[in-house]
Design a protein around this ligand. Structure first.
Ligand code: ADP
Ligand code: MG
Length: 636
C-alpha cells in the first residue's frame, strides 16, 4: 500500500496555508526539503536561466510507488502526517502536502521516481497542474523532478521575476544553507552547465564550512562546540519539565563586522529559518563587542524537542515559534557570549594570504559575492521585514559609531579593514614546525613586552606569537568600562569632587531626561543638584574625567537616554552610560606613555573579560603573527 494520504479537511484547514511558489528559489526550497525528507544522501540540482527555464533536482531518496507518485499532486496529500496531533511535533521539513501540486500548477513538471521495492519506476508528466501522462520509467532508486517554464501560464508572476543573476544567487544561497546543515551528504549545483557548488560528504561541520566558504573565513570563526542545557520549563503553576536544548555551530570574532544579517545562518532542528528572537539573542551576545549597526557571521544549529517549537506559523515554513521563547533566547545569547569571552579571539593584521592550493577559489568568490546580495525574499526576507519594535527594541538602536579621534600625523595607518597588502606568494612547501605554535587568542596579552609607541598613540609590543599593535585609547576605554560597571554593581564608582561646582544649563528635553535618570547618574559617580529652572549644579563626577570633558559627558549621557535607548532596558542604558564615561576618562591618543604605564595598560587589558573590542565595537589589539612575518620575509 502506498504511504501518501490525503489530509482530512480538519487537518488541512489548520495548516498555515498560503502560496508557496513565489520564485524559482521557492521551488528549489520545496524540492530540496522533499529530498531530505525522503532520506536522500545525494542531491544534485541543475538550473537554467536563473531557474525560469529549468530546475531539476535528482536525489537518491526512498522514491515513490506508482500510486503515490500520482497522489502526490493532489492538494494536501502527504506521507508525513495524518492527524491533528502530529502537527504539534513535526519532525520532517515538509508536512502540508501542498508543494508539489502548487509547483505543478504553474509549470511543466516531470516526475521520475522509483522505490527499491518496485522493479520499474514511474514517470508522471504534468502541465499547468493537469496530468498528461503516466508511464513506466527506467531509473535507479530515487526521484528526479524536472520543472520547466516556471509561471508559463501565470504571466503576471513572470513579470515580477528579477534578473537571472539574482534568481540564481537565491537558489545558490539556499542549497548552500542546506549543505551546511547536512555535512554528511553530497550536494551539487550547476547553472547553465557551469558548476557553482559541489561538496562531497565530510565528517564534520568544520570541514563543510571549509568546503563552502574556504579557509579564510574559517580562520575568523570560533567553534561553539556542542553546548547543551537542560532548561526547566514551567507547565503550570506547580509543575515543570526539563527539556534539553542543544546549540552547535560557528560564530565570528568581533573583528568581523557585517553591515547586514545575510551572514547569519539559523537552523532549528535542521530547518532553515529566520527568527527574530534568535537574531536578537545573537545581537545581544555581541552587545558592546561590535558596533550596534553591525552583525557577525553566525552559523547556528539549535536542536530541541519538536514539541518545543511550532513550525506551522508561516506558509513557507521559514518562521518558528518557541513555546518558551525567552528561555531559549537567553540560552543562545549566553552560550555565544560565554564562548567569545572564553576564547578571546585576536584580530589579525591583514597579512599576505596566498591562495591555498586545491581550495575551490572560484566558488568561495562566488559565495562572497552572494553574501553581499539579499537573501531569497521568499525564503529569508530579513531586509523587507520591519522590525517589531515593541518586542525587540534593540533593532532600533542604530547608534552611529562615534567618529574615531583624528590622529595628527599624515601617514596612513593600517587598520583591520585596510586593503590587503600584496605580498608575493611563498615558493615551495611550507616548513611547518619551524617556530613556536601560536596561541591565536588574546590570552597572549598578559605576556606581552611593550617596545614603545607608534605616534604616541599605539603601543607596539612583542609576544611569543608575533608583534602586536594596541590602540591605547580604546584599550583603556575597555578597562574603564568594565571597572565602572563592576564598581556600579558593588555600590560605588569612584568619584571626584569639584572645587567649584559646575553649573550646567539644560534644554527642556534634557531637563526631563535628567529627572528620569538622576538616580542612575548618582550611582555612576555623578553628584548633581537641581539649581533653579533648567539648570543643574554638578558637584562631583566619576574620577578620571577632566574638567573640560565634564559637561560633554553629561550631555552625551542625557542624549543617550533621550534618543535611541528610550525603549531599551535599564541595563542597556547603564552600559551606554558607562561606555560614555569610559571614553571620556580614557587615555587619549597622541599621548606619550612611560614604559611602566604601557605595561600596566597591557596587563589590565588582559584582565578584562573582553579585551577584543572597545564598548563601541572597535578592535583594540591587532596581531601580526610570527607565521605571517616569516612568510612575508620568505623564510617559510
Ligand atoms: P509535503 O512535503 O508537505 O508532504 P509535498 O507536496 O512537498 O508535500 O510532497 C507530497 C508527498 O510526495 C510527500 O509527502 C512525499 O511522500 C512525496 N515526495 C515528494 N518529493 C519526494 C521525493 N523527492 N522523494 C520521495 N517522496 C517524495
Ligand atoms: Mg514538501
Amino acid at each position: 500500500m502506498g504511504r501518501i494520504r490525503i489530509l482530512s479537511d480538519i487537518v488541512a484547514n489548520k495548516i498555515a496555508a498560503g502560496e508557496v511558489v513565489e520564485r524559482p528559489a521557492s521551488v528549489v526550497k520545496e524540492l530540496l526539503e522533499n529530498s531530505l525528507d525522503a532520506g536522500a544522501t545525494e542531491l544534485r540540482l541543475e538550473a537554467e536561466a536563473g531557474g525560469r527555464r529549468l530546475i531539476r533536482l535528482a536525489d537518491n531518496g526512498c522514491g515513490m510507488m506508482r500510486d503515490d507518485a500520482l497522489l502526490a499532486f493532489e492538494r494536501h496529500a502527504t506521507s508525513k502526517l495524518s492527524d491533528v496531533k502530529d502537527l504539534v511535533s513535526i519532525a520532517t521539513l515538509g508536512f502540508r502536502g501542498e508543494a508539489l501540486p502548487s509547483i505543478a500548477s504553474v509549470s511543466r513538471l516531470v516526475l521520475e521516481t522509483k522505490t527499491s521495492e518496485e522493479q520499474v519506476g514511474t514517470l508522471v508528466e504534468l502541465a499547468g497542474g493537469k496530468i498528461l501522462k503516466c508511464e513506466d520509467a527506467v531509473l535507479s532508486r530515487g526521484t528526479v523532478i524536472t520543472v520547466r517554464d516556471l509561471f508559463y501560464n501565470v504571466p503576471a508572476r513572470k513579470k515580477f521575476l528579477r534578473s537571472e543573476q539574482t534568481e540564481i544567487a537565491h537558489i545558490a544561497s539556499l542549497i548552500t544553507h542546506y549543505s551546511l546543515a547536512h555535512p554528511g551528504k553530497t550536494f551539487s549545483l550547476r547553472h547553465n552547465h557551469a558548476e557553482l557548488l559541489s561538496v562531497t560528504p565530510v565528517a564534520t561541520l568544520r570541514e563543510r564550512v571549509f568546503q563552502v566558504f574556504g579557509g579564510q573565513i574559517l580562520e575568523d570563526l570560533i567553534d561553539l562546540g556542542d553546548q547543551a542545557r537542560d532548561l526547566k520549563l514551567p507547565i503550570d503553576d506547580k509543575e515543570s519539565i526539563e527539556r534539553r536544548f542543544r546549540l552547535r555551530g560557528f560564530v565570528s570574532g568581533p573583528q568581523v563586522q557585517k553591515l547586514n544579517r545575510n551572514s547569519i545562518y539559523l537552523f532549528v532542528n535542521r530547518r532553515l529559518i529566520r527568527d527574530r528572537l534568535l537574531l536578537h539573542a545573537i545581537s545581544s551576545a555581541y552587545h558592546n563587542l561590535i558596533p550596534p549597526a553591525c552583525y557577525p557571521f553566525a552559523l547556528l544549529f539549535l536542536d530541541c524537542d519538536a514539541e518545543e517549537v511550532d513550525v506551522n506559523v508561516h506558509p513557507s515554513k521559514t518562521e518558528v515559534r518557541f513555546h518558551h521563547g525567552s528561555l531559549v533566547h537567553d540560552f543562545v545569547r549566553d552560550a555565544i557570549r560565554q564562548t567569545l569571552m572564553d576564547q578571546r579571539p585576536a584580530s589579525r593584521i591583514p597579512a599576505a594570504t596566498p591562495p591555498q592550493p586545491g581550495a575551490a577559489l572560484p566558488y568561495s568568490e562566488f559565495t562572497q559575492r552572494m553574501e553581499n546580495m539579499q537573501f531569497a525574499s521568499a525564503v529569508i526576507d530579513y531586509a523587507e521585514t520591519p522590525p517589531d519594535t515593541a518586542v525587540l527594541p534593540e533593532f532600533q538602536l542604530r547608534r552611529p559609531l562615534s567618529p574615531a579621534p583624528r590622529l595628527d600625523f599624515s601617514e596612513t595607518v593600517a587598520t583591520a579593514s585596510a586593503p590587503r597588502l600584496a605580498i608575493p606568494e611563498t615558493h615551495g612547501p611550507l616548513a611547518e614546525g619551524s617556530f613556536a605554535p601560536e596561541p591565536e587568542t588574546l590570552e597572549a596579552l598578559k605576556d606581552l613586552r611593550p617596545l614603545g609607541q607608534l605616534h604616541d598613540s599605539f603601543i607596539i609590543a612583542a609576544g611569543r606569537d608575533g608583534l602586536w599593535i594596541i590602540d591605547q585609547h580604546v584599550a583603556h576605554e575597555r578597562i574603564l568600562f568594565e571597572q565602572v560597571l563592576a564598581a556600579r554593581s558593588n555600590g560605588g564608582v569612584a568619584s571626584q569632587r569639584l572645587l567649584v561646582p559646575a553649573v550646567v544649563g539644560l534644554t527642556a528635553a534634557q531637563q526631563l531626561e535628567y529627572a528620569r535618570i538622576a538616580d542612575e547618574l548618582h550611582s555612576l559617580g555623578f553628584e548633581t543638584e537641581p539649581f533653579g529652572n533648567r539648570t543643574i549644579a554638578l558637584k562631583a563626577a566619576p574620577a578620571g574625567i577632566g574638567p573640560a570633558d565634564l559637561e560633554k559627558v553629561l550631555f552625551e549621557i542625557l542624549e543617550i537616554s533621550e534618543s535611541e535607548l528610550r525603549r531599551a532596558s535599564l541595563d542597556d542604558l547603564r552600559r551606554a552610560m558607562a561606555a560614555s564615561i569610559a571614553c571620556r576618562a580614557a587615555i587619549k591618543i597622541n599621548m606619550r606613555l612611560e614604559p611602566a604605564k604601557m605595561d600596566w595598560l597591557l596587563r589590565s587589558l588582559a584582565a578584562t573579560s573582553c579585551p577584543m573590542s572597545c564598548p563601541h565595537g572597535r578592535p583594540i589589539a591587532l596581531r601580526y603573527a610570527t607565521r605571517d612575518i616569516l612568510k612575508s620575509f620568505h623564510r617559510i
